[in-house]
Design a protein around this ligand. Structure first.
Ligand SMILES: [Ca+2]
Length: 460
């Protein structure tokens, strides 16, 4: 058994050795009264350090007391942490690929399918995996897959050096699920939820993706690489993926320390507040744009293709992101409502009368409801309460328009089928006067669109 308290010291000592051997310039221990960054939030360069390319370093929350790596966010009070120990083979929380110590705090990995899983302090995969929650409506309600100790708001850090191999792939750090293996059948497919950050070997570009379920590549809500321009091959670079809840969804941020000198730059971030979808049906009972708002018992480091990689100072910390407010909390009262079609007893006005017992009903594929806000508003969310929404799913697309003529798709998906109350569908904020909710199909199979209530929300 690993003894907490002993290993961090050993690791810290080992890491001290890393610096001189690999060329790391560690952050000097900063006294509490002298933060290691300027008032402008730009880290002051060390006197001996060559000038950096023009790039603004991010302010940090100090350095990790265990391994000396800068922390973008502070560790949550009482939150759990994990650091790569000096003897990884003796760590019961770490599973997967073998790490070979080099004696200087770095480890060499030679596996073209490297997988390193980090369990929470209360999760034993062999004992607990079969009892993991996996149906996504239940995960939404509970907020965790195994227990309240699941990795949820986390900062995942690591230094990596690509040495050799096929350079077509990327380093990937991720969390918010369990084991990402299995045949793609439930429940295994549903343990494999995640937000992921990728760092591509060949050009140092970074990509954020979401895995709504694990079945080969089918369960991905895709992202695009950004910020490339310089290979990360042959040198130690720091890579961080930060995942945390925000009102209405989840934010993912990625950071790079390209020079390995403790200067961290934010490369890209993404807010998942709705509308970020997979192309396929979701086998886990959730929507195609399901937001992974629950914790998972494993965080992970993975990469493919590289035959040799050096790593150091891997960590996962539970963080305390604060000061967030819902960007889409303002409800806009519609000036009018209409629809492409309706039956006499269920007119469009029934969808905005505040009464869940009354509804708009229109028949046919593509039937739609339109809310007119009277003037352009900064909209980013539509709430829809479906008629008999606890018994049927409905496939929908939300469009917005500034003029009632040209519409742009904002969000699409399938309702949960588990609630008669309003479900929020979120999308990036835009100016729009008209919001159209189009209906395509439902599990009732009767060809009728039926919405009990619809409301539009936005920013200020
Ligand atoms: Ca109504």
């Amino acid at each position: 058994m690993r003894r907490p308290g002993a290993t961090p010291l050993a690791t810290a000592l080992a890491v001290t050795g890393v610096m001189s051997v690999t060329g790391f310039i560690p952050d000097p221990p900063a006294p509490a009264s002298a933060p290691a960054q300027s008032q402008a939030g730009v880290r002051a360069p060390a006197t001996a350090r060559a000038p950096q390319a023009v790039q603004e370093a991010v302010p940090t929350a100090g350095t990790d007391p265990v391994d000396g790596v800068a922390m973008i966010y502070p560790t949550r009070a009482g939150g759990q942490v994990w650091h790569l120990p000096a003897d990884p083979s003796a760590d019961p929380r770490l599973d997967g690929t073998e790490l070979t110590p080099n004696g200087d705090g770095t480890f060499t990995v030679k596996d073209v399918k490297t997988r390193l899983g980090v369990s929470t302090t209360t999760y034993d995969e062999d004992e607990h995996e079969k009892s993991l929650l996996w149906r996504q409506p239940e995960l939404r309600d509970k907020g965790y897959m195994h227990d309240r100790n699941d990795w949820r708001n986390v900062e995942i850090s690591g230094y990596v050096r690509y040495v050799a191999g096929d350079d077509g792939d990327a380093f990937t750090w991720y969390a918010r699920g369990g084991r990402h293996t299995g045949t793609g059948q439930t429940p295994q497919a549903c343990w494999g939820t995640a937000y992921k950050g990728d760092l591509r070997y060949s050009d140092g570009a970074v990509k954020i993706e979401k895995e709504v379920y694990h079945r080969g590549g089918y369960g991905y809500a895709k992202g695009a690489y950004v910020g490339g321009g310089a290979s990360v091959k042959g040198r130690m670079v720091g890579f961080k993926v930060v995942i945390y809840d925000i009102p209405g969804g989840v934010r993912v941020e990625t950071y790079l320390d390209r020079s390995g000198d403790g200067t961290w730059v934010r490369v890209t971030s993404r807010d998942d507040t709705g509308g970020w979808s997979v192309d396929t049906a979701n086998p886990c009972g959730g929507t195609r744009d399901e937001r992974i708002i629950w914790g998972g018992p494993k965080a992970a480091f993975r990469w493919d293709g590289a035959t040799e990689v050096d790593v150091a100072r891997l960590s996962v910390r539970e963080i305390d992101p604060t000061g967030q407010t819902d960007p889409c909390a303002t409800r806009f009262t519609p000036a009018g409502v209409t629809a492409s079609t309706w039956e006499e007893i269920n007119p469009p006005s029934n969808a905005v009368d505040g009464d869940l017992a009354t509804r708009w009903s229109g028949s046919g594929y593509g039937a739609y409801l339109v809310l007119d806000l009277g003037a352009p508003r900064p909209v980013c969310r539509v709430d829809v309460a479906w008629h008999q929404g606890d018994r049927r799913w409905n496939d929908y697309t939300v469009y917005t328009s500034p003029d009632g003529v040209t519409y742009t798709k904002a969000a699409e998906g399938r309702s949960s089928g588990t609630t008669p109350n309003a479900e929020p569908y979120r999308f990036p904020q835009r100016q729009a006067r008209y919001v159209r909710i189009a209906w395509w199909n439902s599990s009732a199979g009767n060809g009728w669109a039926s919405i009990a209530e619809a409301a539009v929300f936005g920013g200020r």
